[in-house]
Design a protein around this ligand. Structure first.
Ligand code: 5GP
Length: 142
């Protein structure tokens, strides 16, 4: 398997080298809005530990991140008044992975509404900021 390369965009976001619409941060992980959302409220949970994807992640990394995935799923579903929430995670290009630092997609789902295509179009910044505000409020409430 290809080795981890810290030149990826999520490594830069973790290090604060490029901006993101941040929802949450602790010692182990960050949660941010996805800039090319497939659904309203699409966000990402990104462990800080360097791994390319699930296939080379340590048990410690995975154990630490899963409670945060659940926390963001609950908050995004509540904040967006979604009917359900899907979790997605891609490993290697053949599976659809485009950024090679482990991350989990949190995808609020609405009755009768299909997801947009993966990495299709950039979101309106103001809309993302508004959704982020609601998700942060739900995180603080819950
Ligand atoms: P993957 O295909 O690797 O599972 O998904 C990568 C995700 O990262 C895509 O949904 C894409 O929209 C998102 N993404 C790519 N570049 C950036 C960025 O610079 N900032 C943020 N917030 N998301 C990004």
């Amino acid at each position: 398997m290809t080795a981890y390369d810290d030149g990826n965009i999520f490594s830069k976001i973790i290090k604060g080298e490029i901006p993101s619409e941040k929802l949450y941060e602790d010692a182990n992980a960050v949660a941010i809005m996805d800039i090319m959302p497939q659904t309203r409220g699409h966000c990402l949970v990104i462990p800080k530990a360097p791994s390319r994807n699930l296939l080379d992640a340590s048990d410690e990394t995975l154990s630490a991140v899963m409670p945060l995935v659940a926390k963001l799923a609950r908050a995004a579903k509540a904040a967006m008044q979604a009917d359900g929430v899907r979790i997605a995670q891609f490993n290697e290009p053949a599976a659809g992975q485009t950024v090679f630092h482990l991350h989990f997609h949190i995808l609020p789902m609405y009755e009768g509404v299909e997801l947009d295509l993966h990495s299709n179009r950039s979101a309106d910044k103001a809309a993302l900021a508004e959704q982020a505000e609601k998700i942060r409020a739900a995180l603080n409430a819950g």
